[in-house]
Write a protein that binds this ligand. Sequence first.
Ligand code: ADP
Ligand code: MG
Length: 795
Amino acid sequence: MCVGGYRRIWKGMPRKQVFVCLTLAPLPFRDADMKHLPPETVRLLSSSQVVTSVLSVVKELVENALDAGASSIEVKLDNYGFDRVEVRDNGSGIEAADAPVMAVKHYTSKISSAADFDTLETYGFRGEALGSICAVAEVVVTSKTADADLSTQYTLDSEGHVLSQKPSHLGQGTTVTVCSLFKNLPVRKQFYSTSKKCKEELKRIQDLLMAYAIIQPELRLTFTHNKALVWHKAKVSDSRAGLMCVLGTAAMNNMMPVQFQQDEPQVDLSGFIPRPGSDNSMSSSSTDRTFVFINARPVHHKEILKDVVLVAVETALASVYGPLAEVPCSLLVPPEVEQSHSAPDLASEEGTALPQPPLETTAEPAGVSEEVQAGGTKKQQGRIDGDRWSLGHLPSDPASEEHLQPVKVFVPKRDGAPVPSCGPDKTPSKVAKVTAYDLISNRAVRQPQSASALFSQEARVKVLADNPEAGPQEISNIVERLWKNAPQEERKKYEEKAERETTRYECQSKRASEKSTEQLAKLSRAPKHKAVPSKQQILDKLLLSQAEKPRPPLAPDRPCRDAPFSLAALKTRLNLLSKRVGPSAERMHLIGQLGSHPAWLVSSGDQLLLLNPFRAEERLLFRRLLAENLLPTEKLESPLRLSDGLLGGSVYREALCSMEKTSVGPGGTATFSDARLVANGFQIRHIPGATATDGLLEIVAMATCVPFYGLSDLKDILHRVVHDGAQSVQQCRPLKVHRYLEGEAVRLARRLPLMMTKEDVDDTLSRMSGLEGDCTSCLHGRPLLHHLLDLPAQN
Ligand code: ADP
Ligand code: MG
């Protein structure tokens, strides 16, 4: 998870003008009148795709509100936005004189010509959004500036002209109401015909608002759908607090701030990333919880992939998590593996040649040594086998005898110690840096290249063109030979180039270290702030001072009495009490909500308890997902044949064969319909043989939503069926699915409306009665119920 800010390089903008900004103050609103942009500027800007979805309408309206310096924005949708999208802000408002052209295309108050691109400080500037929305919906704008006495409501036509206007009661700011969106574009509306698509769009809108909430911490944001509050964020002091509103306190405790500067091209980056060595279950690498901003503008991950900022991000991450072990691509797929790709039918029962390398596959139980499996032969060489890699057994490159590494892994540094490469032999020669940059005093400086490297860079392109069939290793050999046989003057040319490179590198490194010493000197000259003691220090001081205070001597004539006390008895009582505080205790009755807190008072027998309905819902959602959720599957390019060896023995194969199937094809071909397989995202085909447990078994489709999901998880399910007699779907969830569903439950619970009615909580209580005795906490381990007091016995 990260939030970062980089200065975006606008087309044509000299790269040196780039500078940071994450903790931005609300963008200043320029008081310029609205102008029609000159045709040559319009040609530079015009885009045909301003309003294509509800999300884009919300985005444009929210950006207009932010450009107007709003500190509070309310977004309200009816029927997923198709009936109504309303965005209300308390910004500067629209001058009455500007109203007639506000929604006419290419009228904007934000720039006057292309020359203003260099000084852009607003989100919008093309003067297209309002006009484009008018073309696909009915738009009403109500606005009031600070100077105006009353607000005015303008009804606009499809061209953005004001049809009518009347005074209104609203306060300062602007409210844009968009009704019957895409009424004239049935094809676009049809795209959202399923409720799943509508819900996805709603989630995307919430994610977008969350992104603005992080980058504009001072902003108050409210998001409502069909009059129910979906998400709300109060004004906070900085981006850290903004991020906390989005990710939660627990996740934020695992995050650390990062600052990074790169010289060439200049990128200043700041944000938050998970602390090295922090609890992995608290962080997420999924894109919906990764927020990236360039110049305070939320950008999608994919948008920066080709950008220079990616290099900066990689270097920054490497400076925190340690260097990344990198292996030339030519070594990743040895020739033997390529053969097994092209000849899937060669898969033998022993599982020595694997048909589908993309899946995690293993023929033998973990723990068996390589020698035993390989039988002393070199059979193992070409195998790509996820489990074996995890155990540290690496296949070797036949040419160089070096170990191969399947993936690049960022390994967090612990206690600042650099992390060795992942290979068991720790061969330093194969460890490269993450990029071609060196980090000198927190600045990235491009490394110098040797004469041969410069030569091969150029020669490689030609060799590749001349030998289109050759493999990467072969190409490298040819280039190497060419360099060895290169004429003297050609070699000299590259040696001179390399010398210039070294001088450039030395110069830049010197400048970088000088800058950092300058900064250090400045810091030491700056008046030092008196360090504010932490809360813990203050507490320690208080406690110590109490301990140090001399106690007044006891008055000799003070009456004394022994009080009976037993620690063991206290423990037993506490134990009894904690056992009684559980959802499985007596039937619970809802009393009402606490005024000061989102907790609800509940009585159960003679106890008064506090219920946190959100935690309870999280637990209930998880239980439901465990029992009912079907992981969506995707068809494999070619089916994965399951042998006894792959499944771990004939007993597992028999267990699989005895599961429920439905016939689908000719010759008795059947697909397993057993919920334990289907719910866990395995679609397996059975082509019958001579006996019931004979025949071919193939995985034809599999879940893709769980990372690194594969054969080992199918084995996990079969293991539970064979050894634990697992009958229900819940009992058969592999650990990875368990984790995935936990994440889903937390995510779903976060989307519950903030305000729960008494009926909602009553319903939660009744469903809680079905929870097992040990489910007394939410998925983060916090209790669902808190014991307040025992009620006095009634007559
Ligand atoms: P752009 O944002 O590219 O200028 P828009 O079509 O989004 O184009 O808006 C046109 C103009 O209407 C803006 O330049 C701005 O002057 C005015 N405007 C739109 N929405 C608001 C708002 N919420 N508050 C104040 N002015 C607004
Ligand atoms: Mg705009």
